[in-house]
Design a protein around this ligand. Structure first.
Ligand SMILES: [Zn+2]
Length: 244
């Protein structure tokens, strides 16, 4: 697992628009995680690696069209996964402070938060991409599975399936955990924000304080509930099966 893409206290995850979510139907399914932060704040390497590309998202380009991500930095991380390359992408940067081909260490400053490309105000758009071609827009994975939780926190992931066992898209899942109000996450809306091939999850909520969690969802007036325990530094997995 990797570190955070922003230094401590610089910004936080925007939970309305997590990976695979649509911000309540207003935006396309999200290929990464957004972090709210002020213009000009530093963004940092989540792990050691090599700069695959740093500069304008024009050639090569990483989104659905040129300049989608504005100024972008893509790091090929030294840590591969199941013999597959892993890349971290930082979009909408104001400035890029590393050169293509440079080696970077974990925590090294790569650039600054901006609003270049297709962005609504300053924020960091962060993605994890896998495989041998990081320019492919759909080779993404949920970043919340790849970032180390804060101390005393763990990660909740799961799957909402129908009675036949198929993943159900766009299903709102509520979770109420130790010392926290009820929060929610939606299951991935489409096939272009895929699951991890081993976990086959369709939702993830990272950074949950260790303790008991009640996870619920509703389907045709029926409430489906599961309880799990979040352990520090670990992933807890639940399966919610909707009735016929
Ligand atoms: Zn984004």
């Amino acid at each position: 697992m990797f570190g955070e893409p922003l230094p401590p206290g610089i910004g936080g995850l925007s939970t309305n628009y997590r990976y695979g979510m649509t911000w309540d139907g207003t935006l396309a399914p999200h290929h990464g995680s957004d972090y709210t932060s002020a213009l000009g704040q530093p963004v940092i390497a989540v792990g050691a690696g090599t700069v695959f590309y740093g500069g304008p998202d024009m050639g090569p380009f990483f989104g659905i069209k040129p300049d989608f991500y504005g100024n972008v930095v893509v790091i090929k991380l030294d840590t591969a996964w199941n013999e597959t390359d892993v890349y971290a992408l930082y979009g909408h940067l104001d400035t890029v402070l590393v050169q293509t081909g440079a080696a970077v260490s974990a925590g090294e400053v790569l650039g600054t938060v901006g609003e270049t490309g297709v962005a609504y105000g300053p924020h960091l758009h962060f993605e994890i991409r896998i495989g041998d071609d990081p320019t492919i827009y759909t080779r993404v994975r949920n970043p919340e599975l790849w970032l180390r939780p804060q101390p005393f926190h763990g990660v909740l992931a799961g799957r909402v399936v129908n009675a036949a066992g198929y993943l159900v898209p766009g299903q709102r899942v509520y979770y109420e955990c130790a010392n926290s109000r009820k929060r929610h996450v939606d299951t991935y809306w489409d096939i272009y924000t895929p699951s991890d091939r081993v976990l086959l999850e369709n939702f993830v909520a990272g950074n949950i304080l260790a303790g008991e969690c009640v996870i619920t969802t509703e389907w045709a007036g029926t409430r489906i509930e599961k309880t799990t325990r979040i352990e520090k530094g670990k992933l807890s997995f639940v399966v919610l099966t909707l009735p016929d």
